[in-house]
Design a protein. Structure first.
Length: 490
């Protein structure tokens, strides 16, 4: 297409170009002819004046001399399609004074100047002037006209002759095209070949990486999540490949999470369900007959089924908060009330375990949130703290203003602490620290649920710990005056 457009515009531009080619060659030829003709006239003039007794040359003599010159020219092949003519002061070709292929129809033809601001025959200026000869029924001729030299004109004062013109048919478009065509075709072929090679290379640099990505996508669709594609080709394609890899990684990760999750649930359910099934079977087939045994078995069955129930409840809760199905209330709350409430709940536990529970409330007590859900967070954190703190220790709840409209609540203990390896994973579902103590084990869901609740309030939760010294959990909450913020995007 580009080559086609280039060719079309070239043809349109050639119109002006062909005239300038023709004028160019005429301008070269003109002065030669002019000087020869003038030389011939002067020679004729000298002859006439040196022959004794001959009369002073007449204007007729000039014409005779010139006609001899023209007649010589007519025979010469060198003129080719070029014609010569003598024009009078009125700009007309003097009949009989023309030579060359156009001479038969040049007699009396009118010559018009195409160069501005001067007549075809002008006194002093002897530089060639562009002109045109148009004769009805014949192709127009381009010409240059050159005034006869002043010396000649002086010698023949009465002559009508004023200038010599050298004329040539305007090159037709066909001729110009015919002349240029082989070259144009050749350069066109080079252009087409270059376009094909470059186009092929370019399409390969885009198509090959895209084919790779398509193949990888099919492979991922079949379940091969390890598939990665090399990032090659132009920037956009590399970008696509990088994003494809990132997406595959994410899919692989979430598949792994799902698998782990199912494995964890099965594992968590297996232990209690095995007990329930074992004890109920023993009761049914009469293996356990004595009333204390029956009593014990029934308690175990009850405990274990409660454990399963709690697990299912927690899981449901977690998934509902995660999927945004549970909307948090946006009430104005007083932290004091919340702290007092949990202190009451844990008072007995504090006595039983001989672990002190201290409360230290500083700064802004007004916060915005859901009382029950925030109580759930504190219950989880306090339950963990009591579980992992040996007798004689202390569990402390404090609050302080972190930023003007953010309150920070801290639950710290003087327990065994958490190792640096476990810290980053604490908030994952089913995660339990390896170096766990002999206390009764939970499901590892408490912190995952707590984090979801805090995030749903627009806050964040984190933990710091020093093994054998204690652990500190910190979470932030918006104060009551602050407009509700969108919860963190998951
Ligand atoms: N204060 C703490 N001191 C030491 N370790 C802790 C503390 N809090 C949490 N952990 C560790 O983090 C793990 C995860 O806690 P999380 O509350 O999520 O689960 P859990 O208490 O084991 O079970 P659940 O809360 O579901 O009953 C715990 O198993 C425990 O090993
Ligand atoms: Mg817990």
């Amino acid at each position: 297409m580009t080559l086609g457009l280039a060719a079309l515009s070239l043809f349109l531009l050639l119109g002006g170009y062909r005239n300038s080619i023709s004028y160019g060659s005429l301008e070269d030829l003109g002065p030669l002819v002019d000087s020869q003709a003038n030389a011939e006239i002067q020679a004729a003039f000298r002859n006439a004046s040196t022959i004794p007794g001959a009369s002073r040359p007449e204007s007729q003599d000039l014409l005779l001399a010139l006609s001899a010159f023209f007649n010589n020219r007519s025979g010469e092949r060198a003129t080719g399609e070029t014609s010569l003519a003598l024009i009078d002061r009125g700009g007309r070709v003097i009949p009989g004074f023309s030579a060359g292929p156009a001479s038969p129809y040049l007699d009396n033809a009118a010559v018009t100047v195409v160069q501005k601001d001067s007549a075809p025959v002008s006194g002093g200026d002897r530089s060639p002037q562009h002109c045109r000869v148009e004769v009805q029924g014949y192709p127009p001729l381009l010409c240059v006209s050159m005034p006869l030299s002043p010396a000649v004109l002086e010698a023949f004062p009465a002559t009508e002759a004023a200038a010599i013109i050298v004329a040539k048919p305007a090159a037709s478009l066909g001729e110009v095209v015919g002349d240029l065509m082989p070259r144009l075709l050749f350069s066109g072929l080079i252009g087409v070949a270059a376009a094909l090679v470059l186009g092929f290379l370019l399409s390969q640099s885009v198509a090959a990486p895209l084919r790779n990505i398509a193949r990888a996508a099919r492979s991922v669709a079949r379940g091969n999540y390890r598939q990665r594609v090399p990032a090659t080709g132009p920037t956009e394609v590399r970008d696509l490949a990088a994003n494809f890899n990132r997406m595959t990684e994410e899919v692989q990760r979430s598949q792994q999470t799902l698998r782990d999750f199912l494995a964890n649930i099965s594992h968590e359910l297996k232990t209690p369900l095995t007990s329930i099934s074992g004890f109920s079977e023993a009761l049914l087939d009469g293996t356990i007959e004595d009333p204390t045994g029956i009593q014990r078995s029934a308690r175990i069955i009850n405990d274990e089924s409660n454990r399963v129930l709690r697990l299912v409840q927690e899981l449901l809760d977690l998934s509902r908060i995660e999927s945004g199905q549970v909307s948090m209330e946006q009430d104005d709350l007083n932290l004091n009330e919340l702290f007092e409430h949990v202190t009451e709940v844990f008072a007995l536990r504090s006595e039983d375990t001989d672990v002190k529970l201290e409360i230290n409330l500083q700064g802004q007590p007004k916060i915005r949130g859901d009382f029950d859900r925030l109580e759930q967070v504190l219950n989880n954190l306090l339950d963990n703290a009591f579980r992992h703190t040996p007798p004689g220790g202390t569990v402390r709840i404090t609050s302080r203003n972190f930023q003007p409209d953010v309150v920070q609540v801290t639950v710290s203990d003087t327990g065994w602490g958490i190792s640096a390896d476990d810290l980053p994973h604490l908030f994952e579902r089913f995660y339990r620290a390896k170096a766990n103590n002999n206390q009764k084990k939970g499901h590892g869901l408490g912190l995952a649920i707590s984090r979801e609740i805090v995030r749903a309030h627009g806050g964040e939760i984190w933990a710091t710990s020093e093994p054998n010294k204690g652990t500190t959990f910190v979470f932030t909450l918006p104060t009551a005056g602050r407009p509700a913020r969108k919860p963190a995007n998951r």
